[in-house]
Design a protein around this ligand. Sequence first.
Ligand code: FES
Length: 114
Amino acid sequence: MKIREKSCKIGYINPRPLSGRTGGHRMVEVKVCVGSSCHMKGSYQVLKTFQELIAKNDLKDEVALKASFCMGRCLEGISVMVDDTPVQNVGFQNAQDVFYKEIYPKVKAGGSAQ
Ligand code: FES
């Protein structure tokens, strides 16, 4: 299957989930920026932590984890979006806390928790 990239004003978004399935029920979409600024701050470690926690909690069918290029918020922490809502102050040190505060509750609420 060919991966398509969609260009936008702020960069490129890879629509292919790193985990989870795309069909069926509603999934919580988590995007982690892997642009150069976020990469330097440790975004790959955040992705790795999220992947491990998704596997540990058996949520691969509930969370669509995606890598994204620059989201235009380079001066903040590592840019993370959960269902198009930006999550503030993300770093590789607090990735586990962010997962359990921002992602896990939405998954358990069926993707509709705010
Ligand atoms: S590089 Fe991540 S928001 Fe710009």
